[in-house]
Design a protein around this ligand. Structure first.
Ligand SMILES: [Zn+2]
Length: 461
């Protein structure tokens, strides 16, 4: 009998990792990093539950670090099989994993320099060489094509919306002459959102493993274009700078696209947008290479790089970034990181937050403990680079741009799978969110659900 073991993202939202076993064969779906509080982060260092050398294949749903962030560690520990993902996921994974290795190396160097480690020397989880080794194992599989792993497993990818390249995994396990069909949702995107296509609805399956990040919430309904137009209009009326912290992959491209739309529809006069993040510039290049992967025809936007227009200035070097200190409003600066936990956005905050004509526009979820969260919660003064910075600028919050389906949208995603599955496992959500979605599914669909623990194994019949 096939077995499914939940190694991460169980009663929490990070560290996605599942192992499926059938006879002597094993495959893994996702290999994500645990993020957030220290006890979770320590799990990244745990001994592997399965010998990496004995895993026959790894399938990645999408490129977020909580789904791919431990791939180089798995390879370092002996994984030698193929790593399957969609073509855009491979390209984005390369830039994100290199960045992750760089952060790991920086952290280890910092601990060693300051003598803050019990381990001498402190080591990174993995380094650039491990990333390079991992990239050699990648094999891309376009949406809808079937690929076999040994004689026991076959799978195909379905569009999950969410982010460029993001997919659900439709997997068949062949046992005793019959198929058990298991579908992993990956992260399910929103319906009718900015740039990303609608997620393909869940197909009929014996078992579903479904994310539940917002299993107990409903997203705001005010159209994001209206919210953005209002905040740009009032900031520019003050002659200010609109500062937008944005995740380099996904959110930065959505924001540029939204601003482009406001101008081409005649809602706003053209204005300067400064994109100050080498990773966002690189990700935008990749976004532009897949015009068919988006909900809108990128050709209409024009320019030498499809997502750019003549009003967007790219800032790659440190010098180009520092030159932005002299820029006067009205203008927009898009920079990362999205939660203001590091990166170039910090020097812009130091520069722009003390002035009342400026606005800082938060565009995504802000974790507890981040600078972004403190500002959203109304901090009047914040510490940046060891200095106190008074907050006189307006702090605004653009709601509804989440990359994740809310509770109703997850139900919509599940609506098509007839007959109902034998069981739906709810993962990738805090316990309350997963339990709320489980209850809603049981009530409306009448099929069995389960919220697994980390380390739990389920038998699939
Ligand atoms: Zn994701």
């Amino acid at each position: 009998m096939a077995r499914l073991t939940f190694l991460g993202a169980a009663k929490t939202v990070t560290g996605s990792q599942y192992v499926l076993e059938s006879g002597p064969s094993r495959i893994m779906v996702d290999c994500g990093m645990f993020q957030g509080e220290k006890p979770l982060r320590l799990r990244n260092w745990a001994e592997p539950a399965f010998d990496p050398a004995a895993i026959n294949g790894l399938i990645l749903t999408h490129t977020h670090i909580d789904h791919i962030g431990r791939v180089p560690r798995l390879v370092k520990q002996g994984y030698k099989g193929r790593i399957f993902c969609t073509p855009p996921t491979r390209e984005l994974a390369e830039i994100l994993l290199k960045d992750a290795a760089h952060l790991q190396e920086e952290d280890a160097n910092y601990l060693n320099r300051k003598g803050l480690t019990k381990h001498t020397p402190a080591l990174p989880l993995y380094d650039q060489a491990d990333v390079e080794q991992s990239m050699k194992l990648f094999e891309t599989v376009p949406l809808g094509q079937t690929r076999e792993i040994g004689s026991e497993f076959a799978f195909s990818f379905r569009d999950a919306g969410h982010l460029l390249g993001a997919a659900s995994v439709d997997l068949r396990i062949r046992e005793n002459g019959r198929d058990v069909r298991v579908v992993f949702s990956g992260d399910v995107g929103r319906f009718e959102t900015v740039l990303a296509k609608n997620p393909e609805l869940a197909p009929p399956a014996d078992y579903l493993v479904v994310e539940s990040t917002y299993g107990n919430r409903t997203h705001a309904q005010v159209p994001v274009e209206e919210q953005l137009e209002a905040v740009i209009t009032r900031t520019f009326a003050r002659g200010g700078i609109l500062l937008i912290p944005a995740f380099a992959v996904g959110r930065a491209q959505q924001m540029i696209y939204l601003m482009h739309e406001l101008v081409t529809k005649g809602q706003l006069r053209p204005f300067r947008i400064h994109l100050d993040s080498p990773m966002a510039i690189e990700a935008t290049r990749i976004y532009s290479q897949y015009p068919l992967a988006h909900a809108v025809p990128l050709e209409q936007i024009g320019g030498r790089n499809l997502l750019y227009n003549k009003w967007v200035t790219q800032h790659r070097t440190r010098k180009e970034s520092e030159a932005l200190n002299d820029v006067k409003g009205p203008a927009v600066i898009v920079s990362s990181s999205g939660m203001l936990s590091g990166g170039r956005i910090l020097h812009h905050c130091r520069q722009r937050l003390p002035k009342p004509e400026n606005t800082l526009l938060i565009t995504g979820y802000q974790s507890v403990g981040t600078l972004g969260r403190a500002l959203l919660d109304g901090a009047k003064s914040v510490r940046i680079h060891k200095g106190d910075v008074p907050v006189m600028a307006e702090i605004a919050n653009l709601k509804g741009l989440s990359g994740h389906a809310d509770s109703g949208e997850l139900m919509r995603w599940l609506s098509d799978g007839q007959p109902p599955p034998k069981r739906i496992f709810l993962t990738h959500g805090e316990e309350e969110a997963a339990a709320a979605l489980a209850a809603r599914i049981e009530k409306t669909r009448g099929c069995a659900t389960h919220v697994p623990e980390i380390g739990e194994t389920a038998e699939l019949q």
